[in-house]
Design a protein around this ligand. Structure first.
Ligand code: LLP
Length: 421
């Protein structure tokens, strides 16, 4: 459920009409709904009610400071994967003890920044990284709390580019090597083992892979405890999928996911951490674009928008589907046309949808991409020297620009030309 609905024939974000925002910030832009973000966080929090737990929002999905602050104020922890995300979390007021640091290649500089600023735990992904962290912590005179991310060799049954839990993926330490890795970790002067971490992939629409992975984690918890390690936290990762097509079956709900957590690891007396990103932010955001031209090709009709693959790369990168809807509600029974929906970037890959049936569009019409709140703005680039598009947050009947559109001058001013040219 989200808060993007038609009122009086016009698409609204909560109580604010999309054309009103477009008139203020220009197109294209992203718009997020505060009520939807809050609701999704709460749904996860409630799914784990009764268990000692912390929902650590995966900031990679949408790391706008306003989004992070809103979730932080609800009690969310943060899952960060770079010093940049860490510093964003701190800037949004998240205390270090609610920030977990994930990622397969943390640099010593990133480790230092997090250790100096305060951190709940590092999720280690390799033996060399473990040794590096111990050295950095020792040099700072501190002890770093750590888990090891284990790779359970479970097929998450999702797009190959976002599956992370198979043994041939780059992530984690093979679960078969975990006991040895924990023994080595416990022997490092700068490290303290606090738990186990696992994350098997993103946009999961089936709970069975979670169950398989968490059963392995439960078994490992028992073995590691028998080896003398204190395993008090389990970080179970993120990845629960969202419905991208309103017409399609709904993926499992957080409540069902919570039941799997309870059934598999609920009796271990561990504090549970989860790292949802997409489920919190995905359906809390739209990307709004304007039709520049409607072009008749040899056989196909093209809807050419002012947004492109640099603004929302998911269709080009993962063949991802986003529902695309008109901002002005079409009358019931309006005739449908088939469009290829494209941007102005000079690549055929700059295609959002092919042969999509939609009511007839004309130049200047506004269109909305649904489910664009996660992995939208954060993955944008300035390819073709198109400035990053602005982000807007709506809360009830008010809205604010939470990232402004840079001017062409600002974009150009980032480059410098050496004086010998
Ligand atoms: N934790 C870790 C360690 C992760 O690597 C990820 C996502 C998450 C949590 C959050 O997963 P989520 O709940 O958002 O599914 N750009 C891709 C998705 C990449 C996900 C990478 N890792 C997309 O647009 O589909």
């Amino acid at each position: 459920m989200d808060h993007f609905n038609y009122h009086g024939g016009i698409l609204h974000a909560e109580d604010v009409s999309i054309p009103e925002i477009a008139a203020t910030v220009g197109t294209p832009f992203y718009v997020y709904s505060a009520a939807t973000l809050r609701r999704h966080f709460q749904v996860f929090d409630e799914a784990l009610a009764g268990l000692d737990h912390l929902v650590c929002y995966a900031m990679k999905a949408n790391s706008n400071l306003a989004v992070v602050k809103l979730l932080g104020e609800m009690g969310a922890g943060m899952d960060v994967v770079s010093a940049g995300e860490y510093l964003r979390a701190k800037a949004a007021g998240i205390p270090g003890e609610r920030i977990v640091f994930s990622g397969v290649g943390k640099t010593r500089e990133e480790m230092r920044i997090a250790l100096e600023g305060g951190i709940r735990q590092f999720n280690l992904e390799s033996e060399p990284e473990m040794l590096a962290l111990s050295q950095v912590a020792t040099s700072l005179g501190v002890v770093a709390p750590v888990t090891i991310r284990v790779n359970p060799d479970v097929d998450a049954k999702t797009h190959e580019k976002i599956a992370t839990g198979k043994s041939d993926n780059k992530f984690g330490i093979p679960i078969g090597r975990a006991r040895a890795a924990y023994a080595e970790t416990a022997a490092q002067p700068g490290l303290k083992v606090v738990g186990i971490d696992v994350h098997i992939g993103s946009q999961l629409t089936d709970l069975a892979p979670y169950r398989a992975a968490y059963e392995k984690v439960a078994e490992l918890t028992r073995s590691l405890r028998a080896d003398g390690h204190e395993i008090s936290r389990l970080d179970l990762g993120g990845g629960l999928g969202i419905p991208y097509e309103q017409s399609n079956a709904v993926p499992p709900l957080p409540m069902d996911y919570g039941a799997v957590v309870r059934e598999t690891v609920g009796d271990l007396g561990c504090e549970i951490e989860i790292e949802p990103g997409r489920l919190i932010a995905g359906n809390a955001g739209l990307m709004i674009a304007r039709v520049i031209y409607v072009k008749q090709g040899a056989e196909r009709k093209f809807l050419i928008l002012d947004a492109a693959m640099n603004d929302l790369v998911r269709p080009a990168m993962y063949e991802a589907h986003h529902d695309i809807v008109p901002v002005a509600e079409p009358p019931a029974g309006a005739a449908q046309e088939r469009y290829d929906i494209v941007g102005p970037v000079c690549e055929s890959g700059d295609t959002f949808a092919k042969g999509r049936s939609l009511p007839a569009f004309a130049a200047d019409d506004l269109v909305a991409f649904r489910s664009a709140g996660a992995y939208g703005a954060v993955m944008a680039s300035e390819y073709n020297s198109r400035p990053l598009i602005p982000e807007v947050l709506v809360d009830g009947d008010r809205f604010a620009v939470v990232r402004a559109r840079p001017s062409y001058e600002e974009m150009l001013a980032r480059d410098t030309v050496p004086d010998w040219l």
